[in-house]
Structure formats: C-alpha cells, structure tokens
Write a new protein. Structure first.
Lengths: 255, 307
C-alpha cells in the first residue's frame, strides 16, 4: 500500500470543485475575522497595555493570529467536513470503488486542508499587512509557515476524526483541545514571562506554540536556534502523525 | 471467468457474514446474487472489489488476485453502491467529471465519455442542474452512469432499483440490458425476484452467508417446483379437508394464512376448489411460478422478512 499522487490530487480536486462553487461566500468571513480580533483585542484591550514582549500589544498579537488562522482553517476541514464525507455522504466508499486507495484519500484530504488553511492564513496575513502591522519584507516569511502549520493541524484532526464513533465528540476537540491551545500557546501573552522554568519545558509540547514562535520570529526578522527546534517539531510531529493517521484511515475505510 | 471466488469467508467479530462461498461469473453474463437483507450479498460484493478483505479464501477478478492487483483490477470495473453517493451541490456533468478524475481519465477522453453517458442515461435535460434538485430516478441513473465512466468490463450493481417507481425500474432494466448486449459482464444483487428473473442469465440464491442454490432461473424453478402456482387464503384447519381428493402436489408452502400450491396444470385444482366453495368463491391467484417461490421453498422464509 502506497500513496499515488495523481489519485490524491483527484481527491483534492473533488473538494476544490465544490469549493469553487461557493468560494466567495467562504472567503469573506476570513477577511472579517482578523479585523474583529485586531480591533477588539489589539486596539481595545491593547490600549491598556503599553507593551508586551518588547513591542506594542497589537504588534505582539498580529503574527500569532496568522498562525491561529492557519490552525483553524485546517481544523474545520478535517473535523466536521471530513466526518460528514466519511459517514453521511459516504464519499470515500465511492472513491474506494475506483483505483483510489485509503492512503490516497488521506493524502488528498490533508492536501485540501493545507489548501484551506493557506487561504485562511493568507487572507489573515493580507489584512494584517494592510493594517501596517507586518514589517516587509521579513514578515513574508510567515507565508511558507502557514501551510506547515496547516499540515500539522490537518494531521492531528485526521487522526482524531478517523477514530471517533460519533460526530458529537468534535465539541470536545474544539473546547478541550483547540480553545485551550489558542489561549495558552503564547498568542495573548508571552509564556516565558508567566511560567516557571519547569513548566516552560512542559509547554514545549503544545503544537500551536511552535508556529506562533516561528511567526513572531518571521515578523521580527530575527532567527535563533529556537527556530530550528520549532521547525523540527513541526516536521517531526507531522511525520509521526502521518503514521498514526495512515493506520486510522486503513482501519476506518477497509474491513 | 470474470469473477472467480473460491471458498471465501468473512467474519466480523463473532458473526460469520459470508461462509465458504464459491462464486463464478462467466464473461458477458448478467449474474444475480439474490437474498434477503443480511444474507451477505453486499459483503460478498465488497470482497470482490477489494474493500473488504476476506478472512479466508481467494478472489480472482479478470484472472488477477484482487488482494495483490487492487488498482489494476478496479480500473477495469465499475460499482454502483446501494445508496447513491453524489455530490449534491454539483451538477450531473460536474459529478461525472469528478468521478472520471478518480480513474485519472484525461480531459478530452473524459469529456467525450461524459457526453456518451449523458446521452445513454437521458440526463441531458438536467445536465446542468445541481443534483440536490433532481428526482430519485434521475439520481439513481446518474449514480449508475458514474460507475460506467471508465468503460468497465465488469459492472457491479448493489440493489440497482430498490426504492424506485415501476417506470424508472423498467427504464433502468433496459439500460442494463444495453450494457450487457455491448459485452459488459454484470453482477448485481437484488431482493426483487422479478428483477432477477427479467435480467439475469444466472442467479445464485444466498441465505445466511451461503449460496443455497444456483443456476439459470427458469431451470431452477422447473427443477425445484412446478410451472404454475395457485395461491389463496385458507386456515391450516381447513387445508386438509379442502385439498382432500384434489390430487397430489409436488410442493405446497404456507406463509401465514396464505397457501401456495405448485403444479404443472392448475385446472383440476381450481375446479376442485370452486366445487368446495359452492358459490361462495374465494379469491384464487393462478400465476407462473417465480424465483420468489423458489426462495420460499429453499429457505422457508418469505423475502419480506429480514433474516
């Protein structure tokens, strides 16, 4: 069993064909969301905070929110949407009557989630740049980080979605996993100023922490050794999750 | 043989869904797998196109071991699933295009094939309408058209006409005959015996994961039962008295109050019953014996009852 790229692309194109019908309605909220965040938290809350992490609060927040957008873009796709295709639409049952194999479905779906995450993160970046919060050209380095972030969260979501018996469990995924990640991964405050040394080590396990740190480094235009660790985490963890998700897709789609 | 399955079994936990089944489908035939819900028909089909792995046994499709040549075998067959799997937001043409890409068909070839299928299944009038606005009959036609996108040599249809109205069923049957006339091998499951009788050159009757009889429909019926069936309501208490002196019957079956008698010439029996009824004539049905009767005689179960 091995993945065939042309077949994976055929799966990707299925989703793209549907998205093409509604892309305008789909993409509009992606523009509004960053505006609300930047206005409410950056400008509103930020007015009471003179500086954070060595910069204005809104500049501290902006790059991290690009990573969060990438995380959410991928997560919605591989949770509810994949589950609906799997159990209600039975799209995968139909694919498996053709030369497409479970690995191709996994690859195609992950590729599509990375695409959605890039659209989501990309529009967020455009808004941030238009607001003058993205120092150019260094902040452009965040653009290749967006699909990498999407890949990690696409795989986490796939591994989860392929194992759960009912759609109701996604509310746990969102409220007990994504929301705490969003709040506690250094997006809103610098962990290194609030946690003791020991807890900082523990925090390194948080998957959103690394894309957030990388996005900040890109916006600042400074690299350090930590960047290498963060990249290694993104790639290494993605690799491990591929193994897990492949097992899940085999078990769920064939018997 | 297009399909050659040898003593395949499938176990799900404690349940044996398919039990040591042998199935040979010759090229160019329409082969029907019959049986009630839960007989193991769909599991058998899933093993033939390689999604379900048999717990034991081997399956050759086009002479290749399905377990080892999955992609190659699947590129030469088409499957219509029991439930329509269509993309509701897209039009029939778009659905066909998406499905053609699963087979890696090139753009020009795919467009040509889509045209042919739109024509064959008379989908032209609604070719550009989102599938969600189509009727059940249209959807089913499209679902079958999808499974033909790769010009398959073997078409597998899982209950192709379940839930469709009679006119749509007739239209689909004629499409299936057209396919077969063009040399395609058809393997279908159904629990409609009339469908099997009209379409299939050969049938295998499944029950409890096993094939309990197989052959040419007319020959099966002739060998097990008789040509004509007389069917009427009668209590078991009345039965012995009523049929006393009416002659000998090779087979007789009962389902609730309904009794069915199989014989080659029904005339004597009908006259006998009319005399017995003495003017208070009960409703008698005289009809050709069909696969439904055969199934009943083989299993003692009516098809309407799930196993």
């Amino acid at each position: 069993m091995s993945v065939s790229l042309p077949h994976a692309v055929a799966v990707w194109r299925r989703n793209a064909a549907i998205y093409k019908r509604t892309w305008l309605w789909n993409i509009l909220p992606n523009f509004f969301e960053p505006v609300f965040y930047l206005v409410a938290i950056g400008v509103g809350l930020g007015a009471y905070i003179t500086q954070m992490g060595g910069t204005s609060y809104i500049s501290f927040l902006a790059p991290a929110l690009v990573s969060v957008a990438a995380m959410h873009g991928a997560s919605f796709e591989v949770t509810y949407n994949v589950y609906v295709r799997l159990t209600f639409e039975k799209a995968y049952d139909a694919m498996l009557t053709t030369p497409i194999e479970p690995d191709d479905i996994l690859a195609g779906e992950v590729l599509w989630a990375v695409t959605r995450s890039s659209i989501y993160g990309g529009t967020f970046f455009i808004v941030v740049a238009l607001a003058g919060l993205a120092p150019l050209p260094s902040s452009l380095l965040v653009l290749p980080l967006v699909p990498l972030t999407g890949l990690l969260f696409a795989l986490i979501g796939m591994a989860f979605s392929l194992r759960i018996p009912t759609i109701d469990l996604f509310s746990y995924y969102f409220t007990l996993f994504l929301t705490p990640l969003f709040l506690l991964s250094g997006v809103f405050f610098p962990l290194e100023e609030r946690l003791s040394e020991g807890w900082l080590w523990v925090a390194e396990i948080l998957p959103l922490l690394h894309p957030v740190r990388l996005a900040r480094a890109a916006f600042r235009g400074e690299a350090s050794l930590v960047v290498l660790w963060d990249l290694a985490y993104l790639l290494g963890m993605s690799f491990l999750l591929v193994v897990l998700a492949r097992r899940g897709v085999q078990r769920r789609l064939t018997d | 043989m297009i399909v050659d399955a040898r003593s395949i079994s499938k176990r799900f936990g404690n349940r044996l869904a398919v039990d040591q089944l042998n199935l040979q489908v010759p090229a160019g035939t329409c082969f029907g797998l019959l049986g009630p819900n839960g007989a193991g028909k769909t599991t058998t089909l899933r093993m033939i196109y390689g999604v379900t792995k048999p717990s034991s046994g081997t399956i050759l499709v086009f002479g290749s071991d399905i377990a080892r040549h999955l992609r190659a075998v699947r590129s030469r067959l088409g499957v219509t699933l029991q439930h329509n799997v269509l993309i509701e937001q897209l039009t029939p043409v778009e659905n066909l295009r998406v499905f053609g890409r699963y087979h890696l068909l090139r753009h020009a070839d795919l467009s040509r094939r889509i045209e042919e299928l739109i024509e064959l299944f008379e989908l032209r009038s609604h070719a550009q309408v989102p599938v969600k606005n189509l009727s059940g009959g249209f959807k089913r036609r499209l679902a079958i058209a999808l499974s033909l996108i790769n010009r398959p040599e073997l078409v597998i249809l899982d209950e192709p006409t379940t839930g469709l109205d009679p006119a749509v069923r007739l239209a689909l049957w004629s499409r299936i005959r057209t396919l077969q006339a063009a040399g395609t091998t058809v393997l279908l499951t159904t629990h409609y015996m009339d469908e099997a009788q009209r379409l299939c050159d050969q049938v295998a009757i499944m029950c409890g994961g096993k094939i309990i009889d197989e052959g040419v429909p007319a020959e099966l019926i002739a060998s097990r039962l008789a040509r004509e069936t007389v069917e009427f309501d009668c209590d078991s208490a009345e039965e012995a008295a009523l049929l006393d002196g009416a002659g000998a019957f090779p087979r007789r079956l009962r389902s609730g109050r309904r009794i069915m008698l199989y014989l080659d010439d029904a005339t004597t029996l009908i006259n006998h019953i009319r005399r017995w009824d003495q003017g208070d004539r009960r409703a008698l049905v005289v009809r050709p014996t069909n696969l439904e009767d055969l199934f009943l005689s083989l299993t003692g179960t009516s098809l309407e009852n799930d196993l």
